[in-house]
Write a new protein. Structure first.
Length: 65
């Protein structure tokens, strides 16, 4: 297999835009893990979810630059 084909296979989603729905799903999975390990409670859910969502969003959006 040529080097060019290998590099294309390693980055199949490089040019695909990442939707807010995908970011929401990732943030949800992180929150679920936090709940499972006892790091998140109902009292701080709103603040924590907002922080996680913004962190994932900033991380994803900065990758495109």
């Amino acid at each position: 297999m040529s080097q060019q084909n290998k590099s294309n296979e390693q980055k199949p989603f490089k040019n695909k835009p990442i939707t807010d729905d995908a970011i929401l799903k990732v943030a949800k999975e992180v929150v679920v893990k936090f709940i499972e390990v006892g790091r998140l409670s109902p009292q701080n859910f709103d603040e924590t979810f907002d922080t996680i969502f913004k962190s994932v969003q900033n991380s994803v959006r900065s990758q495109g630059k």
